[in-house]
Write a protein of this length. Structure first.
Lengths: 149, 149
DNA sequence: GAATGATATGATACAACATATCATTTTAAA
DNA sequence: TTTAAAATGATATGTTGTATCATATCATTC
């Protein structure tokens, strides 16, 4: 089974367990993000969906489905670029605590990495010293990937 | 002299030295950001400008002026929120290498901090291990400030 | 100080990203 | 099979940002 198919299957399983439904449309949107292997905007997804599945989905539906997928932690939103990317840990059993994104500014490929806990703690200390309190440690870093360097 | 006035004066000086002009409009936009002491969107600046100076400035002009101020490193754009904030180091003589922003999600106040060099290096190592290359190390962290905790 | 070119700003239109709201369809359960 | 809930569609509009052409202001040279 391909990685993509394994992810879909796992996502389906995950939704069942959480008492929510991975409908066909939701599955297709997730599939689009998995297949494209890069971050896409909602409107890019509208186009991709149209090209891939032959029928068009209104932007409103795409946004709603992206919201759903985010709530289920199957998709992440990249705030710095207003794009969406499938979670790379769908097939992992463990929960991943902290998500850091390396975003290729050239090809929009995204790598989700885990920063050392000690590095995060050091960061957090810097923040507390400044009198602020970290709410969400999602870091998005503007990078170039191996292929685009 | 107030902090704000000192910053304006320094900004003016900086522009002279770089052979560019801090015109009245540019000065007023910078002043708006300095006075408000928080991050504002371009359109919020349009409103602020109108309220503060009695005449309206078209959004296009605000964007152009923000571009100018960014080029001169007098203003930063926060990509995660699509807002703009005055640089907190205008009155420093030294160049500040790496800028990290703590953004209060409640009141939009922003603190510009310097992360330990060692922490940044640790981060960078994590990134290189993942096969990516960091282009711009501007980190924007979703926080709460002292007053909003 | 008038002519000229460069820089700055205004005006208008539109593209890209996102949400509000009401209508319709599909699904699950009684 | 009726009914309520969930999901999706349709339409309008809000928000952020850029393209482009017109006008105004400034600086220099004649």
């Amino acid at each position: 089974m391909s990685n993509v198919q394994a992810s879909i299957k796992q996502a389906d399983q995950h939704c069942r367990e959480h008492g929510v439904r991975l409908t066909d449309k939701r599955k297709q949107v997730l599939l689009s993000l998995l297949q494209s292997e890069k971050a896409m905007s909602a409107y890019e997804l509208v186009d991709y969906y149209k090209a891939e599945f032959g029928e068009s989905m209104p932007p409103m539906s795409v946004y709603r489905i992206l919201d759903f997928l985010q709530e289920e932690h199957l998709v992440h939103k990249l705030n710095s670029t207003n794009k969406y990317v499938s979670c790379s840990h769908i097939t992992c059993d463990h929960d991943h605590e902290i998500t850091q994104f390396l975003i290729c500014g050239e090809c929009q490929s995204v790598k989700e990495i885990n920063i050392n806990k000690s590095t995060i703690e050091a960061l957090q200390n810097n923040i507390e010293e400044a009198g602020f309190h970290l709410v969400s440690p999602q870091l998005e870093m503007n990078c170039l990937c191996e292929n685009c360097i």
